[in-house]
Design a protein around this ligand. Structure first.
Ligand SMILES: [Zn+2]
Length: 434
């Protein structure tokens, strides 16, 4: 007989993110074999009392697990390093350390990021970096869901060699860890990969039937470089090269013309907004309110810890909404619901996983975050979704669940040895940075 672990979350309020009006004040969630088997309002059916695990959600709200749709997890090692410098100077400092990082260093830095994400309610992340085979083992252990891609940058290592390593990541890891790990190919950006390289990667992605994760239209400099070299916009160039025939995770989209937005609207692209990174590197303000109005799919993300400096999606939501309001001079732009949607349901669509995650509804994977609302800074609970975006802090996360497995509960990480990770990071930091 196969074991079918079941879980009941009772006495819980719920923002399932299926529709704005679908909020449940007092209800339950029943999980079976990693998927949501029932969601309801009021009392739960008595047989659910027999569940293997029962969580009393009184005073908490359940939301779909947060999706950090663009990050570079090993960059946690560079948190707070070379801050407040001009972009090029900052990058040179970062690259100098990255050149000395081993895959083992990247693994531990990535584990540090995963610990931070689990504790702040993130259940899925899309990662772009190097040393991804080792990081995939970390994802397997952590219990998180991830979309992993090995970044390709033209430079010291031949493109074919980098591509071969990306392909082997896909072959070894795509759909692994009971489907928690997905993979993509990743040309770093239009200014670090030539059109020929990008075309090669698209062809490979077609053969492997995977998506593509890249940076697009991040800075004014990028726009100028692409204009000068190819007499096009980054989005226009990618359209011409056929990038949008695949599902694309495109980080940033800060500088977009009306024509660019029209291309994005018609394509299988998820624009990923990274407001704190864009602010810290003084890149600019992405027109997120306009993109949503035009029907472009938009997800939310932290980017790497070197340009943020935390992987806290609650903070990211707050910055996203406030930044749109101040930049449009319109307090109604990017509402709390639209913002939470970018971090959950819309985010799932942006990374191409909307059939499996992003909402709390029957049949979906049980990726759920429970947030404690019995705190002074969220009292009284006038409006839950508003609190989630404008008031809740990462420390208010009470429980993080992926695939029906609890990764974090009662202040404790259940899949990652936090003490060991901190010890390893301290050692690596001393070796690389001090
Ligand atoms: Zn990035």
């Amino acid at each position: 007989m196969s074991l079918e672990p079941t879980m009941l979350i009772k006495n819980i309020s719920l923002s399932p993110m299926t529709k704005e009006t679908d909020f449940i004040q007092h209800g339950f969630i029943y999980i079976k074999s990693g998927r949501i088997a029932a969601v309801g309002e009021g009392a739960y059916p008595t047989p659910y009392e027999q569940a293997d695990k029962i969580i009393d959600g009184a005073g908490m709200v359940a939301i779909p697990g947060l999706i950090n749709a663009h990050t570079h997890t090993p960059m946690s090692l560079l948190r707070g390093y070379a801050d407040d410098l001009p972009l090029m100077e900052w990058l040179e400092n970062i690259w100098a350390v990255e050149d000395r990082m081993t895959h083992e260093d990247m693994y531990w830095a990535s584990m540090l990021s995963m610990a931070e994400m689990i504790k702040s309610g993130t259940t899925t992340f899309a990662d772009m970096y190097f040393g991804m085979e080792r990081i995939a083992s970390g994802v397997e252990q952590s219990g998180l869901r991830a979309i992993l891609a090995q970044g390709i940058i033209e430079g010291k290592i031949a493109v074919d060699e980098q591509l071969a390593s990306s392909v082997s990541l896909v072959e070894n890891r795509h759909n692994s860890a009971s489907g928690r790990i997905q993979t993509m190919l990743s040309p770093h950006a239009p200014y670090t990969c030539s059109p020929d390289t990008i075309k090669k990667i698209i062809k490979q992605a077609e053969q492997l039937e995977v998506g593509i994760h890249t940076h697009l239209a991040e800075t004014r400099d990028e726009i100028n470089i692409i204009k000068e070299k190819y007499n096009n916009s980054p989005i226009g160039l990618m359209e011409e090269l056929g990038l949008f025939t695949r599902h694309v995770i495109a980080a940033h989209g800060v500088y977009l013309s009306d024509e660019d937005i029209e291309i994005l609207r018609k394509s299988k692209v998820g624009i990923i907004h990274n407001p704190k990174s864009n602010m810290k590197l003084a890149s600019g303000i992405a027109p997120i309110a306009t993109l949503l109005k035009e029907g472009v799919t938009v997800g939310l993300a932290t980017d790497g810890s070197a340009s943020n400096n935390v992987l806290d999606m609650f903070e990211e939501m707050r910055f996203a909404s406030l930044l749109q309001k101040v930049s449009t001079e319109d307090p109604t732009s990017l509402t709390a619901y639209e913002t939470l949607d970018m971090a959950t349901s819309n985010g799932a669509k942006a990374v191409g996983l909307e059939k499996e995650i992003g909402t709390i509804e029957v049949g979906k994977k049980a990726d759920i975050t429970l947030v404690n609302l019995q705190k002074t800074h969220v009292s009284p609970v006038n409006e839950v979704v508003s609190h989630l975006v404008y008031a809740v802090k990462a420390e208010d996360v009470a429980c993080t669940i992926v695939d029906g497995q609890i990764l974090y509960e009662k202040g404790e990480l259940l899949t990652i040895d936090e003490e060991e990770v901190m010890w390893q990071i301290d050692k690596i930091q001393k070796k690389l940075l001090s």
